[in-house]
Design a binder for this molecule. Structure first.
Ligand SMILES: [Zn+2]
Length: 142
């Protein structure tokens, strides 16, 4: 299965992920939320090193940044793939998949024809020439 990550990000908002993490902002400013980092788990209750908005997050302390799927992956110790699947399950939406592409053009460089032609050109059969070997059989009769 190929996950449509763009569709996952449309289905699962940053707000959804933050809610699932039980994260709450300590500060909201210009559409940006700040608070404790759920990834490196800020020790200070007043930490505002973690900043996020609808499009992504950045932590000014541990340096992690990315989108909501990556945030879930980092907090839950998952791969991005599993994080996307997990988020869809948490929010009870079906995992969006990319259709398998039927590409009209075959993959490039088959190369088999060339090789067959080359193999056919192998020279010589190596069989011994023995047409005159019968001469040895001539024995003088006395
Ligand atoms: Zn952090």
């Amino acid at each position: 299965m190929i996950i449509d990550f763009q569709a996952v990000k449309r289905l699962v908002s940053m707000g959804d992920v933050l809610a699932l993490l039980g994260w709450s902002a300590l500060q909201a400013q210009k559409g940006e939320l700040r608070g404790r980092c759920p990834i490196h788990r800020s020790k200070s209750a007043k930490s505002r090193s973690f900043a996020c908005n609808d499009r992504g997050f950045t932590c000014f302390s541990c340096g992690e940044h990315g989108d909501q799927v990556r945030l879930w992956a980092l907090c839950r110790g998952l791969t991005l793939y599993n994080a996307a699947v997990d988020l869809c399950r948490e929010l009870a939406v079906s995992v969006p998949e990319l259709p398998k592409r039927r590409s009209p053009a075959p993959p490039a460089a088959q190369g088999t024809e060339k090789r067959n032609g080359f193999n056919a050109a192998v020279p010589g059969d190596g069989s011994p020439i023995c047409a005159e070997s019968a001469d040895e059989e001539e024995v003088d009769h006395d």
